[in-house]
Design a protein around this ligand. Sequence first.
Ligand code: 3H9
Length: 697
Amino acid sequence: MSDKIAYSRHGDIAVLSVQNPPVNALSQAVRQGLLDGVTRAEGDTGVRAVLIVGEGRAFFAGADITEFGKPPMEPYLPDLINRIEASPLIVVASMHGVSLGGGLEVALGCHYRIAVPSARVGLPEVHLGLIPGAGGTQRLHRLTGVEAALDVMTTGRQIGAAKAHELGIIDEIRDGDPRDNGIAYAEQLLVDGAAPRPVSGLPLPAAIDWDGAFEATLARSKGQISPAWCVRAIQASYENDFAEGLKAERKIFFDLMQTDQRKGMIHAFFSERAVGNLPELKGVAPRPVAHIAVIGGGTMGAGIATAALLAGLRVHLLEMSPEAGEAARERIAGNLAGALKRGKINDEQHATILNSALQIVTSYDTLAEVDLVIEAVFEDMEVKKAVFGELDRVCKPGAVLASNTSYLDINEIAATTSRPGDVLGLHFFSPAHVMKLLEVVVADKTAPEVAATGFALGKALGKISARAGVCDGFIGNRILSTYRTCADHMILDGASPYQIDTALEAFGFAMGPFAVADLAGLDIGWAVRKRKRAEGLDSRARDTTYADKLCEDGHFGQKTGKGYYDYAGGARARVPNPDVLPLIEAERAAQGITPRTFTDEEIVRRYMASMVNEAAKVVGEGIARRPLDVDMVLLFGYGFPRYRGGPLKWADIVGLDGLLSDIKAYADTDPYFWQPAPLLTELVATGRTFDDLNKEG
Ligand code: 3H9
């Protein structure tokens, strides 16, 4: 027997306890152990029932994802589950923690299912670019009906025990120890004379309009294909017998296993967990943080304060005047009302947060006791330096001093204090209580425990935190500035903002760059362009000014009702702003450019090549430690499609040599913009990928 399964007897019940920490993934050794356990129970004199129960945190978290992409190893999960279901003994699953994917499919192969009230079940395979591949699409709807089964599979969401019971997935809910519960339930079933009850033998529920459901699911999935294939897999159960249905499911599962979407999503799954796990911070203890201060109560400061309050921290919010303080309180109250409405907090928590956890203050002297400060004032170096001077004066020794700047030099800010080791950047994304990304900007003198504190705070706030070094724009905004410039160049040469947005939204971005600019506010890009021009643009750089003219006329995007688009019909009913194309045409004429046509394919290729090239520079210079850090920044802060894994995973998949050749070809007409990243050149020369660098750590 595998050491992953402990076999024991409790009267006439054989208990198979699964021990594969941390989450009992169904690895080869676990599958083998379960198979051996069932076989042994069947030959064990006096055994009349088998109980399968997980040790530790979960029943089963599903198939072992680390085995994906490698040759499958026997026993295969669908065969094991069929074997369990075919047992002449009664087989009971006692579920606690999560039963996900193959884990729920094992439970569906058992004849009876009991769970503790806190148990959660789900079929999250679509989040990995797959469908359930061990009978889930052939069994679940026989218990729940097609509509509920499709909802569970196509959303991949977890459902609680009570709901699962209501849907017929779980037979019994009982509080207590899962093993004791399972034994008691199995004993009761034996007393009642219960027989094995294979789900595969249950009648099929009413069929639905399969083509309609397929198309509707495809349309909802924003370019991701696996959710729609859940429909086809269930449909297969109506077209032939159970064994043929399983074969059809298996074929779809393996076809999806070969797709780039599966590769991208599994890369995202592991990178999401690795990004906050920096080798250099292993064993470094963060400083305790229970009470923070936020300097500035504008949209960003109020959002940061809201995130901290929702995470249970005390917050002092500093504003310059009582009136500004009141406005900040109202912003936070508005954010909290949203959280209350969505059930994130209850009435009592809402009242406690507003009445005691949040304090609006106007004097730096009140900040003497806080553990960490986040400055979120106007993006101006002199203003920031003045704030940090005050913080240095009043904050207790060991307090962490953070700036939320999006691009300013944290080294310069730190140098204005007497404690640069305590200073770092914590770059939130707006709205800060909603957006998942946090860039933890580690400056030259930031102490390791201060960096670790940034990551610990990010975790407490439920963020995905990525380490960034100091440069203009850190990881995300630096890369954004490059691909956005690439888009502007394509506009000068003949593309329209609307064609570019449409092409990139079809590629999978949540929004195209011009719709994003309208959402963020065109004044932000305008300020950056003015700053860069003031610093002195390289004479070889192409510049565009048509967007400045929109700003000069007071059009800042959604907040003023007009930008690249006109929002008279509301944010979702955008239409092109008719003023924009004439401005572009005038600029082309002024620069003597004869416009040419672009295909959508060329737009995506150039845009992505510029993104990958800049990302490679960011990694090569050590601003990002690993390619996966860039991928997670773009995924969680910039609307990059998850099913493509991130720009550097995408680059690995499409091939680095082809991208480098294209970059070199583009450089023929604009050698300044298209300078190949040394790291990209090196990877191509040595036949390696970005993912190889991730593995090197
Ligand atoms: C499937 O089942 C296919 C079948 O239909 C058909 C097959 C033929 N495998 O997230 P955490 C690791 S597809 C391997 O930090 P939490 C994870 O990487 C599968 N490893 O904890 C991490 O490792 P590390 C369907 C796994 O408490 C550690 O466990 N199932 C797996 O926040 C702790 O994880 C899923 O998609 C796995 N299946 O969340 C479930 N799961 O410590 C995916 C986790 O080295 N998993 N690990 O970084 C999850 O959703 C969450 O991990 C879970 C725990 C909710 C279980």
